[in-house]
Write a new protein. Structure first.
Lengths: 111, 111
């Protein structure tokens, strides 16, 4: 079974803090993705990576950065958290043209 | 730009059939996915279409018309457990392959 894990299910941070969200997959997938999900807006792609150290901006990259130093791990970084980054963050991975597998999500609250 | 449209909410009766439509306007189209997402959970894969036509998988079927930019998900013999959000997602290819989602259709099943 493919497994995608995320470091936290719930996270509360203060405005201005640096926040790290970690995602690990165990199926040797080359592609990894970070989305945020907000009511009425669906899943919006923040960044994705198609190989180690390779990254591409998604539709809403502003305020975020990513790191992929190892194939199995893809990190999302909020350099200076703001209240409008309060959201559910979902990580996903896939291989080639196949379906994505999602992690359980991290619900981030920025106060 | 990329645009994916689907109805926000639908209601259907247990045992009946429901069709959820999805229209898309994207460049570099390279396949369409349907995912199911129960409240508070991660999306799970239902179906994938890359060629025109109908793909059937048990109670669920998915149809694609690339020339019309149109897909639908057909759910038969509805069960209460089918109450969930259904997400239409399109893979687009430019420099790399990314997957973008519609805002989802929340389906409620009544007895």
């Amino acid at each position: 079974d493919v497994k995608v894990t995320q470091s936290s299910r719930y996270l509360v941070k203060r405005t201005g803090e640096k926040v790290f969200l970690e995602c690990v997959q165990d199926m040797d997938h080359e592609n990894m993705f970070w989305y945020r999900q907000d009511p009425g807006l669906g899943l919006r792609l923040i960044y994705f990576s198609y190989d180690v150290k390779m990254k591409e901006k998604g539709d809403i990259p502003e305020g975020y950065s990513v790191s992929r130093e190892k194939k199995e791990r893809f990190s999302l970084i909020l350099e200076s958290a703001s209240t409008n980054q309060t959201s559910m963050y979902l990580c996903a991975s896939n291989s080639g043209s196949y379906e994505q597998y999602f992690g359980p999500g991290t619900r981030l609250t920025v106060t | 730009g990329q645009n994916i449209d689907q109805p926000t909410e639908m209601t259907a009766t247990e045992g009946a059939i429901v069709q959820i439509n999805c229209t898309y306007q994207t460049s570099g189209f390279n396949g369409l996915f349907w995912y199911q997402q129960h409240a508070g959970e991660a999306p799970t894969f239902l179906s994938y279409n890359v060629l025109d036509g109908l793909e059937e998988k048990g109670r669920f079927s998915s149809f694609l018309s690339r020339s019309k930019g149109y897909s639908y998900l057909l759910l038969k013999e509805l069960q209460m457990k089918d109450s969930a959000s259904y997400l239409c997602a399109v893979r687009v290819y430019s420099s790399a392959s990314k997957i973008i989602f519609g805002s989802g259709t929340r389906l409620s099943i009544r007895p």
